[in-house]
Design a protein around this ligand. Structure first.
Ligand code: SAM
Ligand code: TMP
Ligand code: ZN
Length: 406
């Protein structure tokens, strides 16, 4: 029967299979290893609307709960980026009398805390209780719920229409797109905007960032597929621009038809996608083959280093590291542990591959010969912080867009 497109009901054609995988943020304690949740992590493209999406999905309650590990404020780069977003909204969109902004998936309040500081009316909708509490501690108003039509209607009833609805690294997580857009329709003011920033299909394909594929990322958006999705649900894509987050994302702006002027940047991006054949079957097939090659190269390099008696550790335990280590079958004999600055991940095991996660001090107290840069999207920040590793003769290993020793 195959998978039906979550946007248009068309047939989804699979192009990459990353095997049996856990939930990427499902960090475990050693006694929890038995019975770890698994599902088949595979991605395909809709033959009708081109939307790239997971073949199988994990129920949202298994992904987002009070033990959700991802904390958006974990990196200085993220804090700076979301403060700039908040300042832009305050200066350009939240200028009328008593404006109101809603964030879908506000996490620990990294963006809304700046809105709260400015005294502007706001609401975060956040189902993961632990991170919602961190946001509340920063003075952010949070509703603990999944955003859908029902939640949005209730928010509209209680607070009125929103001038801005924002989501970052969250909209591509929401499988129930029809209910999402009905909710946007219920909540957004007549000339309001729905803005979201998500991993970009073009960057994933061009940069071979296959580790961006995991259970939480149900969709892999392009300007073309988002434009068709917006139209299908009664909206219009009016702007799209590249932003330098998570290794390369796009910020999309959606409005009611005719409410806003379309930007030249959107036309340029749509044309670029056409010229680059971004959504064509041959592009997807090539991506699938390259993923297998990177796996073979990385396992080959690690096996060679082990044979030479070199020590290797992993740097960073982002969701992405679960995909790559599980897909490549990397075990502790190749990488004995990974280090990560997030306290909630330390002392746990990486989902799937079960590599132990230690604090960064485990790295700096006894430098290995090599470090695999799993948090490669933070390469500049990490390499700047860890200059002494290099000075001591240490080498970094990257694996996207190809395996490389730096
Ligand atoms: N916005 C932050 C950022 O960009 O760093 C956090 C992104 S985090 C990867 C995704 C967040 O979306 C999680 O905190 C999760 O609990 C939340 N989320 C997932 N599904 C949601 C839904 N249907 N409605 C609202 N939030 C949701
Ligand atoms: P992210 O790419 O999903 O934000 O995850 C990055 C992970 O890398 C996160 O778990 C925090 C970790 N990290 C470090 O351990 N050290 C660092 O210097 C940075 C920037 C991130
Ligand atoms: Zn479709």
């Amino acid at each position: 029967m195959g998978t039906k497109c979550r946007v248009c009901g068309g047939q989804v054609a699979e192009f990459v299979d990353l095997g049996n995988q856990p939930t990427a943020n499902g960090f475990l304690l050693p006694h929890e290893v038995d019975g770890e949740f698994r599902f088949r992590l595979a991605v395909g493209a809709c033959e009708s609307c081109t939307m790239v999406q997971l073949m199988e999905e994990v129920p949202q309650e298994l992904r987002y709960h009070a033990g959700y590990r991802y904390q958006a404020s974990g990196s200085a780069g993220h804090r700076k980026h979301f403060r700039a977003d908040a300042e832009w909204f305050l200066a350009n969109e939240l200028t009328g009398g008593d404006p109101f902004i809603v964030e879908i998936g506000c996490n620990d309040g990294v963006m809304l805390s700046a809105i709260a500081e400015a005294g502007v009316r706001h609401l975060g909708v956040e189902p993961s209780g632990n991170v919602a509490e961190l946001a509340r501690a920063k003075g952010v108003q949070v509703l603990s719920a999944f955003f859908d039509e029902e939640t949005a209607t209730a928010v509209r009833g209680a607070h009125g229409a929103a001038d801005v609805i924002f989501g970052a690294n969250t909209i591509c997580h929401i499988a129930h797109v029809e209910s999402l857009f009905r909710g946007i329709d219920a909540l957004l003011s007549e000339d309001g905007i729905f803005v979201f920033e998500e991993p970009y299909l073009g960057t994933i394909i061009d940069g071979m960032a296959f580790d961006q594929i995991y259970d939480e990322h149900v969709f892999y958006f392009s300007a073309g597929s988002v434009r068709r999705m917006a139209e299908r649900f009664g909206f219009e894509l009016v702007h799209a621009e590249h932003i330098a987050m998570h290794g390369g994302e796009v910020r999309y702006t959606i409005a009611r038809p005719g409410a806003r002027t379309k930007s030249a940047a959107l036309d340029a991006l749509l044309a670029e996608e056409e010229a680059g054949k971004l959504s064509e079957p041959l592009t997807f097939a090539r991506f699938g083959r390259n993923v297998e090659r990177i796996r073979d190269d990385l396992v080959g390099l690690l096996t060679h280093l082990r044979a030479q008696g070199k020590t290797v550790v992993g740097y960073g335990a982002p969701g992405k590291s679960s995909t790559v280590t599980t897909y490549c079958g990397i075990t502790t004999d190749l990488i004995p542990f990974v280090v990560d600055s997030t306290p909630g991940k330390q002392g746990h095991l990486l989902p799937g591959s079960h590599l132990p996660v230690k604090p960064p001090s485990a790295f700096s107290e006894d430098y290995p010969d090599y470090a695999v840069l799993f948090a490669w999207n933070h390469a500049a920040e990490i390499m700047a912080n860890e200059q002494a590793f290099r000075a001591a003769g240490g080498k970094w290993i990257r694996f996207v867009p190809e395996v490389e020793v730096l």
